[in-house]
Design a protein around this ligand. Structure first.
Ligand code: COA
Length: 260
């Protein structure tokens, strides 16, 4: 199958999915999310594939976030739908895959990009990678699971600081936080992921799929934080801060938040 915004290749039992919109720093638009869903679902059903590696094209970005130009004029309902649909089609979907999905974070992983990397089963980063959840700088909050998965991975205090400051952390700091498992040069990023993938392939695929399910089960709460995130994300779209934040980004200027 061929896609417009992603590339899929297979070597032995490892498939590589590359998000391929380098001019837009691989920002996730509706089409990319749909195509990633389709490709990952197909690979999950492909008996010849045992591990999936997900990365971004070019040397600059894994994914620089959700495509801001697509939702800058959304209403609260549309915002809520955007988060719900994205979580269902891609982020929760990747996390619940029965085959291991490794994120090869090759550059900026911001907003939806970091959320996508966090939905993968684990992460390996190149030393130029930069990670963050900058949504509050746009008058938004993370809407693709970031408020839930970041605290799971780095702890509540670090997650709160990263979300509130909208800042970026380096690959080394991300490793220190436990957000990524390994840091290597950009050149060695995919070879290292394939090395880990090959090690995984020596083991029982069935057992691995049960292990993924069991580990994920430990993070399911009685109060559904993901649903609360979707509601709060949608509410942001009714604020003047959101309108100013996204307009400022698209006009390439600093936001001046009115605070409502
Ligand atoms: N949505 C839509 N377009 C995006 C994007 C996003 N999340 N991130 C980058 N782009 C586009 C830019 O608009 C630009 O397009 P243009 O060349 O048509 O103007 C192109 O990708 C290159 O980005 P640019 O900002 O020129 O690169 P840079 O090196 O100066 O800065 C970043 C890199 C990642 C710091 C900057 O692009 C950025 O802040 N992106 C948004 C990050 C973000 O807020 N993500 C969360 C979204 S909810």
């Amino acid at each position: 199958m061929s896609y417009n915004t992603i590339l899929v290749t297979k070597k032995d039992v490892v498939a590589t999915v590359v998000i391929n919109r380098p001019k837009k720093l691989n920002a996730l638009n509706k089409e990319t999310i749909q195509e990633l869903h389709q490709a990952i679902s197909t690979l999950n059903d492909d008996e010849d594939v045992k591990v999936i590696v997900l990365t971004g094209s070019g040397e600059k970005a894994f994914v620089a976030g959700a495509d801001i130009s697509e939702f800058a004029d959304f209403s609260m309902e549309e915002g809520q739908k955007l988060a719900a649909k994205g979580q269902e089609l891609l982020f929760d979907f990747v996390e619940s895959m029965s085959k291991p999905v490794i994120a090869a974070v090759n550059g900026f992983a911001l907003g939806g990009g970091l959320e996508l990397a966090m939905a993968c089963h684990f992460r390996v980063a190149s030393d130029n990678a930069k990670m963050g959840l900058p949504e509050v700088s746009l008058g938004l909050i993370p809407g693709y699971g970031g408020t839930q998965r970041l605290p799971q991975l780095v702890g509540k205090g670090r997650a709160m600081e990263m979300i509130m400051t909208a800042g970026m952390i380096s690959a080394e700091q991300a490793k220190d936080y436990g957000l990524v498992n390994h840091v290597t040069s950009q050149e060695d990023l995919l070879p290292l992921c394939y090395k880990i993938a090959n090690k995984i392939c020596n083991n029982s695929s069935v057992a691995i799929s049960y292990a993924i399910k069991a580990v994920n089960a430990g993070f399911m709460n009685t109060v559904n934080g993901y649903e609360q995130e979707i509601e709060a994300f949608g509410a942001c779209f009714g604020t003047d801060d959101f309108s100013e934040g996204t307009t400022a980004f698209l006009e390439k200027r600093k936001a001046d938040f009115p605070g409502s």
